[in-house]
Design a protein around this ligand. Structure first.
Ligand SMILES: NC(=O)c1ccc[n+]([C@@H]2O[C@H](COP(=O)([O-])OP(=O)(O)OC[C@H]3O[C@@H](n4cnc5c(N)ncnc54)[C@H](O)[C@@H]3O)[C@@H](O)[C@H]2O)c1
Length: 275
């Protein structure tokens, strides 16, 4: 799927992977409708992306809570009015949540599922009728390595990311033979603000490390992951090559292989590294 001259949507475009996806897509000649809860972040992404865009590629900034169906419908209509059609969507917006299953309450599970899972379901289903009208189109849903194998103290996040993978792989089978490519994206450790954003939003439960330790963990996470710009390149290359499963980073490739080769023991080994 070549995105040059296509019109695409990127959710979660205010920061991290979504920001870099927008920048790279516009560099490759796509026009992008950028959506996020954080409109200031979206506007900053717009400015950065416009500075490197191929001639003819444009972008628009939208505030959207992906967990709200009515907002999705208004957003989709605004994009159709502005561009006339939509060729693809990257459902990237997401949050993480840290805490044992015992400490995580039902409302917290609902919050994570409504943003990560239902946000992706709304984006996919609200766009499908329009994507069917295009000569070629795509739906790319950002899961995680936590949609391939599970980490402790991440039951809400892992459940949402396994759910994204299940939905996406099922939809991909339904659309075989159609012009719509459906891809499940599995990033490994990417150096973004996702852990800082979780702290700032109170997305944590149970016995928490001290403030200083939390800060150190968030800093380590941001400083030592694969760069989000490289992640965006890998994702867009994967779509270009019509990949249905896109593994982002060496850790994702290794984790995917090992979890299939050592299904009984791999998760134990990985989780020994989790504090
Ligand atoms: N960073 C990683 O290591 C990693 C690994 C695997 C998967 N992922 C996934 O990649 C995606 C992007 O994460 P990131 O690392 O760039 O994090 P990030 O926190 O930098 O970006 C996430 C974006 O989603 C937006 N968002 C959150 N809730 C929203 C809502 N209700 N409606 C609209 N937008 C909302 C945030 O405002 C933010 O801009 C997420 O789905 C995440 O789960 C990240």
């Amino acid at each position: 799927m070549n995105i040059t001259n296509k019109t695409i949507i990127v959710t979660g475009g205010a920061s991290g992977i979504g920001r870099e996806l927008t920048i790279e897509a516009m560099r490759r000649g796509a026009s992008v409708a950028i959506a996020d809860l954080n409109i200031e972040g979206v506007l900053a992404t717009k400015e950065l992306a416009e500075a490197v865009a191929t001639a003819g590629a444009t972008c628009s900034a939208h505030q959207l809570d992906v967990s709200n169906l009515e907002q999705w419908q208004s957003f989709r209509d605004a994009v159709l009015t502005e561009y006339g059609h939509i060729d693809g969507i990257i459902n990237n917006a997401g949050i993480t949540f840290a805490g044992t299953a015992e400490a995580t309450d039902y409302r917290q599970y609902e919050k994570v599922m409504s943003i990560n899972f239902m946000g992706m379901v709304y984006g996919s289903k609200e766009l499908l009728p329009h994507l069917h009208q295009r000569p070629e189109a795509f739906i790319a849903n950002v899961s995680s390595v936590c949609g391939l194998f599970a980490m402790k103290k991440q039951s809400a996040y892992c459940a949402s990311k396994f759910a994204i993978r299940g939905f996406t792989e099922s939809l991909a089978q339904e659309l075989i033979g159609s012009p719509i490519l459906v891809s499940s994206i599995h990033p490994g450790h990417i150096g973004t603000d996702i852990v800082i954003n979780a702290r700032n939003s109170g997305n944590m439960a149970g016995d928490l490390p001290s403030e200083a330790e939390q800060e150190a963990i968030a800093k380590y996470f941001k400083d030592y992951g694969l760069s989000p710009a490289k992640a965006a390149e890998i994702i867009l290359d994967g779509l270009k090559n019509n990949q249905r499963k896109i593994l982002v980073g060496k850790d994702a490739i290794r984790g995917d292989r090992l979890s299939r080769l050592m299904p009984q023991t791999y998760a134990n080994k990985i989780n020994k590294l989790v504090p």
